[in-house]
Design a protein around this ligand. Structure first.
Ligand code: ACM
Length: 639
């Protein structure tokens, strides 16, 4: 962040209102007095009643964006400050990241200047420091493999080979796989010695590839001796996983020779616990540049995760180029003080945008496929559609009262209207382009968090409900989603969505996969209704959740506190009755980026919980061991 002449401090006190009071102090370190100005800031601790502020005048609010002016005539001299407070918060603050994430001042001449925004301090209580979250760990077997394999029975050697190279006569496809594994390793660990060589390496060891058609699609076997290593596999995915394990073994032995070793005898027989081992990434709230997405895919491959769920649209931005609607990625992405989309979630005076061109998407999908990862794109409809509706106002019912409903994130009238035929024409064109870009079995259409009461003030929606004999928001949502499912079926794709897709009558469970996020029990209910389920409960697998109760620990907390040890130990299959277990397809990490305003923040919250989920997704329950995991996970790559 550039140095700013203005700094904002903020404190939260539990006194002063049902959800406490936020007190903000703006310091002027410029050389000129600040008069006739406004202060805007973004925070997830929203302010709901404009009447309840002290020593300030409310100007406007949109979701997490707040704007205030000082009382008439107030001027802040150089070196001086202005303090005001707001009560009527929509919830209490719990952590240092619950205050202003960003701020800017609009000066008298209309220019916007970014303000430095500090941590939220806690008043009238003890502010606990962050605890240590990862113990030192303990190793019973000296091998740096993660996720831990299903079966391992090997003996360590004192030394380790310089590199593994293809045995004489290795076929071209396996040599190419070795080259893929080399390149993956180099991207992840640019300064570490390469574990593989394509030519016979002095002091190296031969690696013999053997096709074993009886092995499962993602399974592999390794056997070790002093002369050679044998890798058995049945598909390209299994072969790459075997190579990844070998790279981890050798890299660990080289990096920490006292702790980790390479095997000289014995075997590993490995296969995943679940077929769906996912990681979701929300790129709407914060834009993740293409190169970072590519690196995240490399990390997923290293952890043997096989699904990348790419949350491409939300209220805050539409990030996917659609040739038929260029305005989605012009008007629909740019957030700024003078843009139709206001700054949110860490934005300040500078407008911010970012989207993926169709060429970017093709590159990302191909990169993922080469690593055995399927990309499942999500466009989040019908809710979470503010950016879409700002870009395409013709999709709104002009007779619907403004602010007739609000989403849980505070956006007014943010759902696509099921009663407007143009909505379906728009989505048909979007789906046509998506089908060309994404070869995945499923397209994810969101379906979450439509506010109860949505569309009830839309005359067009009321007319449709009367005609169809349906009543209420969720019955109308079901009508909409059934039509969307039919559109997907026509295009040869299956529907994936969040758990609320089942509301109001839902859709046909056949060829529908839902993600249980609100709480674990929802997954069992969905399976009872016949849906296939992936478990992504916020209480264990949402990586934006805070990792400790301490005030000084960063993160969101609406789903509770999620320490890495809990994420690791959580058993998604837990209470699933035996007869429903076949519908539980697997597990998934979710990276929601509202709070993720820097790479450092990303790494602090995503690691080690992402590797923890990867191990829960791969390793049999009996093989899970938190202390072993804690000993190995510091070797993981980060973004
Ligand atoms: C969600 O967290 N709204 C899926």
């Amino acid at each position: 962040m550039q140095p700013s002449p203005y700094h904002l401090e903020n404190t939260w006190s539990p006194e002063g209102g049902k959800h406490g009071r936020l007190t903000l102090t703006l310091f002027n370190f410029s050389d000129s007095p600040l008069a006739n100005f406004r202060l805007a800031y973004t925070t997830l601790t929203r302010f709901v009643d404009p009447k309840i502020c002290d020593n300030a005048v409310f100007v406007r609010r949109n979701a997490n964006f707040h704007e205030f002016a000082p009382p008439a005539g107030l001027s802040v001299a150089p070196g001086e400050s202005w303090t005001f407070s707001v009560s009527s918060l929509h919830r209490i603050a719990r952590h240092c990241t619950d205050g202003a994430k960003s701020a800017y001042v609009t000066r008298e001449d209309g220019t916007h200047v970014t303000v430095f925004a500090s941590d939220l301090l806690l008043a009238d209580r003890t502010s606990e420091p962050p605890p240590v979250l990862l113990p030192e760990g303990r190793l019973e077997l000296p091998y740096a493999i993660q996720p831990w394999p299903a079966e391992i029975d090997v003996k360590p050697e004192e030394d380790f080979p310089v590199a593994l190279y293809p045995a004489k006569g290795t076929d071209a496809a396996s040599v190419k796989a070795l080259a893929t594994a080399q390149a993956l390793f180099r991207r992840l660990f640019p300064s570490n010695h390469m574990p593989f060589s394509l030519i016979a390496a002095p002091q190296g060891r031969a690696l013999r590839f053997v096709e074993r058609p009886a092995l499962g699609r993602e399974a592999y076997e390794l056997s070790f001796s002093g002369n050679e290593v044998v890798l058995g596999f049945s598909t390209a995915s299994g072969r790459l996983y075997g190579l990844t394990t070998l790279a981890q073994l050798l890299d660990g032995a080289r990096r920490e020779p006292g702790r980790f070793r390479f095997p000289v005898a014995g075997s590993i027989a490995d296969r995943p616990r679940y077929g769906w081992r996912g990681c979701h990434l929300d790129v709407s709230r914060q834009f993740t540049p293409k190169d970072d997405v590519l690196r995240l895919l490399d990390i997923l491959a290293w952890l043997k995760l096989n699904i990348f769920h790419w949350h491409l649209t939300d209220d805050e931005a539409w990030r996917l180029e659609i040739r038929a609607y260029p305005q989605l990625t012009t008007t629909g992405v740019l957030r700024g003080p003078d843009e139709p989309l206001l700054p949110q979630l860490g934005n300040a005076a500078e407008p911010v945008g970012g989207f993926y061109s169709q060429d970017d998407v093709r590159e990302i999908v191909a990169h993922a496929a080469a690593l055995g990862i399927e990309v499942i794109p999500e466009i989040d409809i019908p809710g979470h559609s503010t950016a879409t509706l700002v870009a395409l106002p013709e999709l709104t019912d002009g007779q619907e009262a403004p602010d007739s409903y609000h989403s849980v994130q505070g956006y007014p009238n943010n759902a696509l209207n099921p009663a407007i035929e143009l909505t379906y024409e728009f989505l048909a064109k979007v789906l046509d382009e998506m089908v060309e870009l994404f070869p995945s079995e499923y397209l994810h259409i969101g379906g979450d968090e439509v506010a109860n009461g949505s569309w009830l003030a839309s005359p067009l929606a009321r007319k449709l409900m009367e005609k169809e004999g349906i009543s209420g928001t969720f019955a109308l949502q079901s009508y909409f989603l059934k039509r969307i499912k039919a559109m997907l079926t026509e295009r040869g794709r299956k529907l994936a969505g969040w758990n609320e897709v089942a509301h109001g009558g839902g859709v046909d469970p056949e060829s529908t996969l839902l993600m249980a996020w609100e709480k674990p029990e929802v997954g069992i209910e969905l399976a009872r209704e016949g849906y296939e389920v992936v478990m992504t409960p916020g209480q264990a697998y949402y990586l934006d959740m805070v990792q400790a109760d301490a005030w000084q620990e960063p993160g969101a907390s609406w789903a509770g506190t999620v320490p890495p040890a809990h994420t690791y130990a959580y058993e998604a299959e837990g209470d699933f009755p035996d007869e429903l277990k076949h519908l539980m397809k697997g597990v998934q990490a979710c990276i929601w980026q509202e709070n993720f305003i820097s790479r450092d923040y990303f790494n602090r919250l995503v690691f080690p919980r992402l590797p923890a989920i990867a191990e829960a997704a791969w390793t049999p329950k009996a093989g899970k061991d938190w202390l072993r995991f804690a000993a190995i996970v510091p070797l993981s790559p980060k973004l």
